[in-house]
Ligand binder design. Structure first.
Ligand code: SF4
Ligand code: SF4
Length: 352
């Protein structure tokens, strides 16, 4: 990223945050209804058996490191987990009050229609794609982790153990693989043996979800989670147990995410106002140091070259001077010799 662009964004972000607005929020006051042909995934918790096949498929598709325990080990479900840099989706087990059997819930990025992560990111590393997915571009990320703070679903994570180029990690809805034609549906959807996951146009997926509730009102809570939460998401959930009892937030409301993000950041004005400036300063100092180092390096090379040149010039001048002296001495000697020879010859003639 060009320095000027970066600092412009920093300035815009700092000013926007000081006013309680993120760049994304400031840019759009209207509620975004989503791309017309955007895709969505429906997760039906009443069908999930907690087999972890989705976790395994996700791990394979994203070429993530093997977990400490194999995917066939279901004892990991005994501990509530969250997504991590090495696991973009996890399945948790819940025992809702009065339930006869455990309920399993799959967790991943919900691919919000108006993503809080994107609105919090002042270098615009996050993108809402027309296919409904929310993706991240590590090449522009400055590592501020605003996105992690902003996400109401506690999804993105950071590669803390990656010393050189740490990235924010989260589910991409297999956007890269689907775009490249390597997959036709997200890896987890294709791997689910119980059809607990369905992929399709969001409009159609919503119809399917409502049809299931209508067909089995006793089986489901009468609500499609994500239809309107946070302005709507492209990952929708059906459940037979109250959503709160399977670890899902019921306090989010339907306010669009950018609006909530600006609110969330505004409650930490110190951080919100100072962080961009601090980061900008660190970045500028590091760039200045790089620039100084480059300039010093160039000056040293120039000085070395100039020094060598001066030394060479001095040697040459000395050599020339010596040569001139030698030459002059030689001429002098030759002249002297010639004069001496001439004098000797004259003497000889006089004596003859
Ligand atoms: S769930 Fe979190 S990370 Fe995913 S799009 Fe929404 S705000 Fe961003
Ligand atoms: S693969 Fe399907 S059934 Fe198995 S844990 Fe994942 S969502 Fe549940």
């Amino acid at each position: 990223m060009r320095r000027r662009k970066f600092l412009t964004l920093m300035g815009a972000a700092g000013a926007g945050l000081a006013l309680g607005k993120t760049p994304a929020h400031a840019a759009s006051n209207a509620h975004f209804e989503g791309y017309p042909d955007a895709k969505a995934v429906l997760f039906d918790a009443t069908r999930c058996i907690g087999c972890r096949k989705c976790e395994e498929a996700c791990n394979k598709v994203n070429k993530l490191p093997a977990p400490a325990k194999p995917f066939t080990d279901l004892t990991v479900l005994d501990t509530e987990r969250r997504t991590s840099a090495k696991a973009h989706t996890v399945v948790n087990k819940y025992m809702p009050a009065g339930a006869a059997a455990p309920v399993f819930r799959k967790i991943q990025c919900n691919h919000c229609q108006e993503p809080a992560c994107a609105s919090a990111c002042f270098v615009r590393a996050f993108k809402k794609n027309p296919d409904g997915s929310v993706t991240y571009d590590a090449s522009v990320c400055v590592g501020c982790r605003y996105c992690i703070m902003a996400c109401p679903f506690n999804v993105p994570t950071y590669e803390y153990d990656e010393p050189l180029t740490p990235r924010v990690m989260k589910c991409t809805m297999c956007h890269p693989q689907i775009t490249a034609g390597e997959l036709s549906v997200p890896g987890c959807v294709g791997a689910c043996p119980k059809e607990a996951l369905v992929y399709g146009r969001r409009k159609d997926i919503l119809k399917i979800a409502h049809a299931r509730i209508e067909a089995n009102p006793g089986r489901y809570v009468d609500h499609v989670y994500g239809e309107r939460e946070m302005g709507g998401t492209n990952w929708l959930t059906l459940s037979g147990a109250p959503f709160k009892e399977i670890g899902m937030r019921e306090d989010l409301g339907v306010t669009s995410a950018p609006e909530l993000t600006s609110g969330a950041l505004a409650v930490v004005p110190m951080v919100a106002a100072l962080w961009p400036a601090l980061l900008g300063g660190i970045w500028a100092i590091s760039k200045r140091n790089e620039k100084t180092a480059d300039e010093e390096r160039a000056a040293a090379v120039k000085a070395a070259v100039a020094g060598n040149q001066a030394e060479n010039d001095a040697k040459l001048a000395k050599f020339k001077e010596q040569a001139e002296k030698d030459k002059a001495g030689s001429i002098e000697r030759e002249v002297k010799k010639a004069l001496e020879e001439a004098a000797a010859a004259a003497k000889e003639e006089e004596g003859a």
